[in-house]
Design a protein around this ligand. Structure first.
Ligand SMILES: [Zn+2]
Length: 675
């Protein structure tokens, strides 16, 4: 591309493209380019300007940091000291180069001072101004020198203290950090937006930035925003209670400002490399929020001051150690339809292989066909794909600017792709499904779910092996598994005698799994692993559960009408009853062991219930407390540990108060139960 255009034309094209992407990103909060694609174009432009100094232009995106502060409803805020932006190191070699430059500049002093390594939170940078310990204003980064005032919105973020705790804060200080959303908060918010018919946010960062710039702080308050601090600015040479970045972070914690976890003080470049590797491979996948790398800072503030900033913006003493991008662009080649164990038909995107977050992906989940229509995904589209924190990559959406007109729309299938039975659509749900209970596609997934680790946990049965067992006519449903012999399995291709025996042993061992796992394994509609536990604890045995009425089921806290009806219908289905009878005959356990029940937040506590609780019935509250390890008794005595009181609690409450026994209400009870 660049080889054909003149350098000047190419520079113009790049600047236009980068400007448009920055506008979409910062002002509209709707990114059109992936970070990786943006970085690539940005670096190409930088290289071009370096090789052709005559092309220099003060308006070039390479000369700016962050957003243009354009027409906006928000007031301007001039930062005490400009908010810088970081140079990037994309690999160990680039990081080593940076470290080498610092050594030269400081005569190896950096090597003694060491480095403070922190997470690079993928959020929106803000600056909080505290005067005499009180939060007086908050502003976005804006163009680095001038940001937008978002004080009212920031005051709604629970992580950010209105008054600093502790002592020793300078009378005027700007504390900088990142406002972000956890994956969970982000998913929840997007799900709500889908329900409300509003457009979804592409990623937690854009959602956080958008929330900060809301006109109405009440809207911001609804967004699950979090904050981590990592930098400061003071006017002139104010005395400071810290001398290093590491001490700053500790001081922030003492002042009540949250600081990101997983930071490390590294004495050498090798230790920094090691930290970055651990961060990318081990820490990042466990974090509940997005990061796009780590930040390495010269630890000593005196050295930081000595090293200074380039062009007033980019500090020499800090660098972002970027990871392989977790957002990438690729082509949507096809949409496959998978048949789930309940018959649900789920679309799956087949992608041109692309590297995202350090792994090559070729498939991504699409959830349901409504979402495909909503996102207007078409075959042949260039799409953005994300893989961050989650195991399953997701398609964020198409890049409509990249369409050529040859893309084709996709519609939901009318027939099951495995057994060709016409699909049914549940009006209450967005899912379409294959209603054929004997569908081979459903059978395989049902077996795979039954044997999975969270369910009956039978090791050694891959999809492929289950397919073999089905094809050989040995297994048609889960009860058949318990009739398998080592001889039968050993006769199959690629099964060694030893592995056949191991498999039979593993299947037999699964018979002792508790009722909660069996319920989850059997795949009742609307019943997940947690609900299965709740039902098993409340009813104790399969017989009691299948005999329960819809009302009894619905009376349980955590069970809604839909689930109650689904469980009831399941328990009265003759096919299910026959299957349960065969499982019981095979020796599969049908109750919940007490040992599994006795552990919990109320372990060993004697609890008395009194009065009418706002939502919980007495038997339900008893079941919940006993499920959490407690014992519910009827009379208050000195042996009582806790009283749960509702409306019109009478003499028991008086007695508890007289004896000094702690009394809680239903909300507190539910909180302690983790509900
Ligand atoms: Zn089917």
């Amino acid at each position: 591309m660049s080889a054909e255009a003149s350098p000047a034309a190419r520079a113009t094209a790049l600047r236009r493209q980068l400007d448009a992407a920055a506008h979409a990103y910062y002002v509209l909060d709707r990114p059109t380019l992936s970070d990786a694609a943006y970085d690539q174009l940005f670096r190409e432009l930088q290289a071009l300007e370096r090789d052709h100094p005559e092309l220099a232009d003060a308006d070039s995106p390479t000369q700016r940091v962050g957003a243009a502060v354009g027409a906006s409803h928000l007031a301007k805020h001039t930062h005490l000291v400009p908010m810088g932006s970081l140079d990037n190191a994309f690999d160990e070699a680039e990081l080593a180069e940076w470290e080498g430059r610092l050594r030269k500049l400081t005569g190896d002093a950096v090597a003694t001072a060491g480095y403070c390594c922190e997470l690079k939170i993928d959020g929106a940078a803000i600056s909080l101004t505290y005067r005499d310990g009180a939060l007086v204003s908050a502003a976005t980064r804006g163009n680095g020198s001038v940001g937008e005032e978002v004080t009212a919105n920031v005051r709604t973020i629970p992580d950010i203290p209105r008054h600093l705790a502790g002592t020793g804060w300078p009378s005027l200080i700007e504390l900088r950090g990142e406002v972000f959303m956890t994956f969970e908060g982000f998913e929840r918010m997007n799900a709500e937006r889908v329900r409300a018919g509003e457009p979804v946010f592409a990623n937690p960062r854009n959602a956080a930035a958008g929330a900060l710039r809301q006109k109405d702080p009440r809207e911001t308050a609804k967004r699950p925003l979090r904050f981590f601090g990592y930098a400061f600015a003071v006017p002139g040479a104010a005395p400071l209670p810290f001398r290093s970045q590491w001490e700053l972070l500790e001081t922030l914690v003492a002042w009540g400002i949250p600081v990101a976890p997983a930071r490390r003080h590294c004495a050498s470049l090798e230790a920094v490399h090691d930290w970055a590797r651990t961060l990318e491979r081990e820490i990042r996948p466990t974090l509940p929020f997005a990061i796009d790398g780590g930040v390495v800072k010269v630890n000593a503030l005196a050295l930081q001051a000595e090293l200074g900033v380039i062009g007033g913006r980019v500090p020499r003493w800090a660098i972002a150690r970027k990871f392989a991008p977790d957002l990438a662009e690729t082509t949507l080649l096809d949409i496959e339809v998978q048949v789930g164990r309940t018959g649900a038909l789920t679309p799956r995107a087949v992608l041109a292989p692309v590297e995202v977050g350090g792994a090559t992906i070729t498939y991504a989940t699409l959830h349901n066909f409504d979402l495909i229509a909503e996102k207007d995904l078409r075959l042949g589209d260039v799409v953005q794909v994300k893989r961050a924190g989650e195991v399953i990559p997701q398609v964020i959406g198409p890049v409509p600017e990249r369409r050529t007109g040859t893309e084709r729309t996709v519609s939901a299938p009318r027939r099951c792709p495995v057994c060709a039975t016409p699909v049914v659509r549940d009006e209450a749900e967005v899912a379409i499904s294959c209603p054929n209970v004997a569908c081979p596609g459903r059978r395989l997934e049902a077996l795979a779910h039954f044997t999975s680790r969270e369910a009956m946990d039978i090791r050694g049965l891959s999809h492929q092996r289950l397919e073999q067992l089905i094809a050989a006519g040995l297994v048609t449903d889960v009860a058949d598994l318990y009739a398998l012999t080592a001889e039968q399995i050993g006769g199959l291709e690629r099964f060694a005698d030893r592995s056949a025996e191991q498999l039979v042993t593993a299947i037999a061992a699964s018979k002792t799994q508790p009722l909660s796992r069996l319920l989850h394994a059997l795949g009742i509609r609307h019943v997940g692993a947690e609900s299965a536990k709740l039902l098993a604890r409340a009813f104790g045995t399969m017989a009691a559960l299948t005999a329960a009425t819809v009302e009894q089921l619905e009376a349980l806290h955590g069970v809604g009408r839909t689930m109650a009806e689904a469980v009831h219908a399941w328990g009265h289905d003759p096919v299910v009853r026959a299957l349960l009878a065969r499982l019981a005959q095979a020796g599969v356990r049908m109750d919940e062991p007490q040992a599994a029940v006795a552990d919990g937040p109320f372990r060993g506590l004697k609890v008395v219930l009194t009065g009418t609780l706002p939502t919980l019935g007495r038997s339900e509250a008893t079941a919940l407390i006993e499920g959490a390890g407690g014992k519910v008794t009827s009379a208050v005595s000195k042996a009582t540990d806790l009283v749960v009181a509702g409306e019109e609690a009478g003499s028991k409450l008086e007695k508890a108060t007289a004896l000094g026994i702690p009394v809680i209400d239903e909300p507190e009870l539910l909180r302690r139960l983790g509900r």
